[in-house]
Design a protein around this ligand. Sequence first.
Ligand SMILES: Nc1nc2c(c(=O)[nH]1)N[C@H]1C(S)=C(S)[C@@H](COP(=O)(O)O)O[C@H]1N2
Ligand SMILES: [Mo]
Length: 431
Amino acid sequence: MRDLASRLPSSPGFWRSPLRGPRFTSVLGLVLLVGVPVLFVTGLLSYAAYNPGLSPVNDKTPDKGILGFYLFSWPTDPTWLYRLTQGVHVTLGLALIPVLLAKLWSVVPRLFTLPPVRSLAHALERISLLLLVGGALFEFVTGVLNVQLDYVFPGSFYPLHFYGAWVFFAAFLAHAALKTPAAVRTVRSMRDARRRHPDAADQAADQTADQAADDLVAPAPDAPTVSRRGALWEVGGGSLLLLATSAGRSFDGPLRSTALLAPHGGAEPGGGPNGFQINKTAAYAGIDPAETGEEAWRLVVAGRTGTVRLARADLLRMRQHGAALPIACVEGWSTADQAWRGVRLRDLAALVGFDGDPPDVFVESLQRAGSFRHGALRANQVADPRSLLALSVNGGTLSPDHGYPARIIVPAAPGVLNTKWVARMTFGGLA
Ligand SMILES: Nc1nc2c(c(=O)[nH]1)N[C@H]1C(S)=C(S)[C@@H](COP(=O)(O)O)O[C@H]1N2
Ligand SMILES: [Mo]
């Protein structure tokens, strides 16, 4: 019987890696202590940047209740704001995967401890750990699937990732409050030990002495195949590799080709003035070239004083303005500034009776299906002189894949609000 028991994962003797122990776990834990709040904050910023409080069409989480307490008007400056916040969110999230996995590996024996529940307090602690581990895995998996596989969660990624983030972060805060002091003490004592005993053998003895009491330490460890430092370097190396192969997705030119992990399944943008990344092609969005021709296409602008219908030639006769702005997608990729040219959104608002302060606008495209076929922009975004209904880019006519005949471009906003193939704009029509 005893023999069998020691072969089950519920027995401490089952776990034999000499790496496990408070030192390994503490170092990884402290890295996550810094990294996870950055992911949480940049995630909440991304959520706010979608203008979910503005209109039901922007809001994928109508039941958010008080979780939307912090929502604010996303600014239009600096123009690279969303490039930065979302680039950090996605790239850091990917780079932390090895750290998260190593951390979970380091504490996995605790999953099997018997009896599973010793007291009410212990039960509560275990439930919070379930939310912590489940929440962490859920957030990382949904995030990776969304950026790598592109829309495996049509429409539903946002609520899943949003509510999951709150569950994960609440459990994370409780866990951090309980464990950080001990982790800091452990890491300090490692540093002190290195100072006292530069000799590796002494350090090992030291380690055995003060780890013996911890349940993570294997009572009968196998011979080490890698030192703790070596293992931490491997984890860090894995993170750096992920960083190096994904950070390029936030840049143009040769750097983008270093983003080996960024999905390349999309359309090849080709060269020329429109030679930058395409999210969804006109064909994918079901845009029929017949509906975008000079004869067929009209922009309908609605507002206080009624409705105006404009051909592309009418728009080209209006005062043209330029703006150098990037496209920054929620998936973490972004482009450098492109030179857009077209009509100011606030000039279009003026056509339908909003001369002074332009209001919010609801933008609809020719696209008939898909959750990004329409979007709402806030008054501060409409008022910005760099916010355009773009007709050309980098000196060339907008290509069909980049939104011909006309598309929205707004400084600092997430790509999803840069609606392509615009057909109708309703100013002040959001109430
Ligand atoms: N009509 C429409 N506009 C759209 C989309 C869409 O699916 N349909 N995708 C948006 C998203 S998510 C992004 S990131 C940008 C990408 O613009 P690009 O393809 O020109 O790079 O377009 C936005 N405009
Ligand atoms: Mo996007």
